[in-house]
Design a protein around this ligand. Structure first.
Ligand code: UDP
Length: 239
């Protein structure tokens, strides 16, 4: 599959066309950003790790019946995915309280929720991705009732599957962000990435943060944490 014309550059990824109009190539970059890109860094090897981790998780989810945009990994930093039009929504699933939830509502950190919480944010950098109600999405035409229901049900299924996968590796899945889109045939698919950039992972025995919070909070050894996630997911064999 040939990487053709450059299409788009985001904070952590670049998109390229291919010779197939229904597919695009995603390139994972070494850039790390936090707080809506107010904090930035480049970390050699981060793109490779996120590409490997994300591809691995998309494969697992696909095997378990979740519709995904992911087709196949191409090399260390590239993967082939179905071209989708992304809903302008960030879907956050939370199992344990932390981050913006605690800040916004004055809730204590580290509380296990009695059931997973699903939140919708409006994907708009200029507004800092504000938290929205489902009614906002409906009234402003960002998704239909049916689409929101499907997205929410899929997000909860993804949470179940990911929790099981990570629990087997001694990792607590605290929360994560998903994005969804529609491909050219109209299928609603899980898209974007699933990586330590977009999830919070806590080591079950030590409580160590194995995700982008190491960067957000200057905890050090960010790359080491991403490597540890990949080491456990790949069974220590590397790739
Ligand atoms: N998240 C993300 N991209 C965003 C915002 C959040 O991937 O633009 C992820 C984040 O890594 C965490 C979850 O979504 O796993 C919940 O993040 P939260 O709302 O607590 O925001 P934060 O504290 O990161 O600002």
């Amino acid at each position: 599959m040939e990487k053709r014309e450059f299409l788009y550059e985001g904070k952590a990824k670049k998109l390229y066309g291919t010779d197939d109009p229904t597919q695009v190539v995603v390139e994972y970059k070494d850039h790390l950003t936090a707080f809506n890109a107010q904090k930035k860094a480049t970390m050699g090897g981060k793109g490779r790790l996120n590409n490997l981790i994300s591809a691995h998780l998309f494969e697992k989810l696909r095997d378990r019946g979740i519709p995904v945009h992911f087709e196949r990994i191409l090399d260390d930093v590239h993967q082939l995915v179905k071209k989708v039009v992304i809903f302008p929504l960030e879907v956050v699933v939370r199992n344990i309280t932390t981050g913006s939830l605690c800040k916004r509502l004055g809730i204590r950190e580290g509380m296990e929720l009695p059931r997973p919480l699903v939140e919708f944010y409006y994907k708009e950098d200029a507004l800092d991705d504000p938290l929205i109600l489902e009614d906002h999405a409906l009234l402003f035409g960002w998704a239909t009732r049916e689409e929101l229901d499907t997205i929410k049900a899929l997000a909860l299924r993804v949470n179940d599957e990911l929790r099981e996968i990570f629990s087997g590796l001694g990792i607590i899945l605290v929360d994560f962000k998903l994005e969804f889109g529609r491909d050219m045939e109209g299928n609603l698919l899980l898209a974007d990435e699933i990586s330590p950039d977009t999830c919070r992972f806590w080591d079950r025995s030590t409580g160590d943060r194995l995700d982008k919070d190491r960067f957000r909070k200057d905890l050090g050894d960010v790359l080491g944490a991403y490597e540890e996630i990949w080491r456990r997911l790949s069974g220590g064999a590397g790739r």
